[in-house]
Design a protein around this ligand. Structure first.
Ligand code: BV8
Ligand code: ZN
Length: 248
C-alpha cells in the first residue's frame, strides 16, 4: 500500500516508533545546489560518474579525476544544508534514536547538526596517501594532484570508488541500525548503487515500516509502505510537523 501525499494517514506507522533510520542519497543535497549523480552537471556532464569515480580512472589520469573532485569540493564548500537536512536534525528531538546512513560525501548532514551520521561512501573532506594511507585534510587551494610529504605517493580523495569495498565498521553500524530500527526513511536516492541500496530492502524484509521521499519513482517505491512524491526540502519539514503534532 502506498499513499502519495503528506496528508496520508501514516500516524499508526510512527505512533510508537522509538528508533528511526534516515537513509539518504544525492537527492537530499539537490536543493542545496549540489548536483546529483544522474542529472546534467555542467562541465562534467560529458563524463559518467562511474567513469571518474574509480581507481583506474585516477591512475590513468590523476589530474582529471583530481580536478573533478576539486570542482565538487568547491561546490560543496559554497553550499549550505537545506530544510530537508534541518528537518532530519529535528527528528532527534522527536525520536529516542535517529541514525543517518548516507551515501553522500558532501558532509552536509554533519554541518546541519545531525549527530549519528554513517558516511557509507566516505567524504570529500578526507584524503589519504594512495601509497602509505596517511590521512590528509587539504586546503581548497591545492593546484594539481598533491603528493604525500612522507612517502611521495599520490594523495587520493577519501571517498569509496566503484569497485572498492565500503568501510566495514561503518557498514556494520549501518546494517545494525537497519536491523534494529522501527522506521526506515529513504530520502533522495535512486536506489541503484549497491551494497548501499540493499539497506531499504533489508528493512522491508524485516517488516520495518519503510517510507520513501523522492519526486521520482524508484525500485523501492512499489514496496514502500508510503511513497511521498516530492522534494525532500518540502516533504520532510511537513512530515516532521505532522510527527510533532501527533506524538505530543
Ligand atoms: C562494491 C562516492 C564490492 C564516490 C559512490 C562491476 C564491478 C565492480 C562493482 C560493480 C560492478 N557492477 C555493479 C557493481 C557494484 C557497484 C554498483 O552498485 N554500481 C552501480 C552503478 C550499478 N558498487 C560498487 O562498486 C561499490 N563497491 O560493490 O564493492 C566489490 C569490490 C570489487 C569488485 C566488485 C565488487 C561501491 C559503490 C560506491 C561508489 N561511490 N560515491 C563519489 O561520490 O565520487 S556512489 C554514488 O552513487 C554516490 O555516493 C551517490 O550517492 C550514489 C547513489 O546515487 P544516489 O545518491 O541515489 O544519487 P542519484 O543521482 O543516483 O539519484 C538521486 C535521486 O534523488 C534520484 O532518485 C532523484 O529522483 C532524487 N532527487 C532529486 N532531487 C531531489 C530528489 N530527492 C529528494 N529531494 C529532491 N529535491
Ligand atoms: Zn604516503
Amino acid at each position: 500500500m502506498s499513499n502519495t501525499g503528506p496528508e496520508s494517514e501514516y500516524e499508526p506507522l510512527f505512533q510508537n516508533a522509538n528508533h528511526i533510520v534516515v537513509f539518504t542519497g544525492a537527492g537530499i543535497s539537490a536543493e542545496s545546489g549540489v548536483p546529483t549523480f544522474r542529472s546534467p552537471d555542467g562541465i562534467w556532464a560529458k563524463f559518467k560518474p562511474e567513469e571518474l569515480a574509480n581507481i583506474n580512472a585516477f591512475m590513468s589520469n590523476p589530474e582529471r579525476v583530481w580536478e573533478w573532485y576539486q570542482h565538487r569540493r568547491d561546490i560543496v564548500e559554497k553550499a549550505e544544508p537545506n530544510s530537508g537536512h534541518y528537518a532530519i536534525v529535528e527528528l532527534e528531538r522527536i525520536f529516542d534514536r535517529v541514525d543517518i546512513i548516507t551515501q553522500n560525501v558532501d558532509g552536509l548532514h554533519i554541518r546541519a547538526g545531525s549527530t549519528h551520521v554513517y558516511e557509507l561512501h566516505g567524504s570529500l573532506h578526507a584524503h589519504r596517501c594512495l601509497n602509505c594511507s596517511t590521512p590528509y585534510t587539504l586546503s581548497l587551494k591545492e593546484q594539481g594532484v598533491p603528493h604525500c610529504p612522507s612517502c611521495g605517493g599520490l594523495i587520493r580523495p577519501g571517498v569509496v570508488w566503484f569497485g572498492e569495498d565500503l568501510p566495514s565498521a561503518i557498514w556494520q553500524q549501518a546494517e545494525e541500525a537497519t536491523r534494529s530500527c522501527d522506521i526506515f526513511l529513504s530520502v533522495g536516492t535512486s536506489t541503484v548503487v549497491y551494497p548501499a541500496a540493499q539497506l531499504p530492502f533489508l528493512a522491508l524484509s524485516l517488516g520495518k515500516h519503510v517510507v520513501e521521499v523522492n519526486p521520482e519513482p524508484t525500485d523501492l517505491s512499489r514496496q514502500a509502505n508510503i511513497a511521498l512524491r516530492g522534494p525532500a526540502g518540502e516533504m520532510l519539514p511537513k512530515l516532521v510537523e505532522e510527527l510533532r503534532r501527533t506524538r505530543k
